[in-house]
Design a protein around this ligand. Structure first.
Ligand SMILES: [Zn+2]
Ligand SMILES: [Zn+2]
Length: 153
């Protein structure tokens, strides 16, 4: 699975315009961070983004990644997703979707399904508050991890 080039270009445009709109200069570092998050569908955490951005910008700091992603997330252009107690991960896919998460390797894959989008909320939720969106997280063992187990035993 990979993000189509046209979609990557669209995201890069959207994110860079947003940063400029915040009065931030589009430094080489920031534009590389944007490129990395725009082209991935792997939901990286800050540490993984850092490793990837460092390949083209060796001087980038973890803090710059944190702050840039924080700005983009606060603007609602990337979403923060977390799995259990793991680190916050970032998602530049703005389309409505759900996730499959591997509990062994942490793989997180996008799942689009209109029936899930229409998922009815249990009535008792109305006593707690108003539901604005529903995101389903399927947890299990991915094919790669499952194959690995079979080879070992
Ligand atoms: Zn896995
Ligand atoms: Zn996603």
């Amino acid at each position: 699975m990979s993000v189509p080039q046209a979609e990557i270009d669209r995201r890069v445009m959207l994110l860079t315009n947003a940063l400029r709109g915040q009065g931030l200069r589009l430094t080489h570092q920031r534009s590389e961070i944007v490129k990395v998050i725009a082209k991935t569908d792997e939901h990286p955490d800050v540490e993984q983004l850092y490793q990837q951005v460092r390949e083209t910008v060796p001087t980038v700091s973890l803090d710059t990644i944190y702050r840039t992603m924080g700005t983009l997330a606060d603007l609602g252009l990337v979403s923060r997703v977390s799995v259990g107690s793991g680190p916050t991960r970032y998602d530049a896919n703005a389309e409505r979707h759900h996730h499959f998460v591997c509990t062994r390797c942490g793989l997180m894959a996008d799942v689009s399904d209109s029936e899930l989008d229409e998922l009815r909320s249990p009535e008792r939720i109305s006593a707690l508050g108003e539901v604005e969106s529903v995101e389903v997280q399927f947890k299990g063992v991915c094919r790669t991890c499952a194959a690995r187990t079979t080879t070992v035993s």
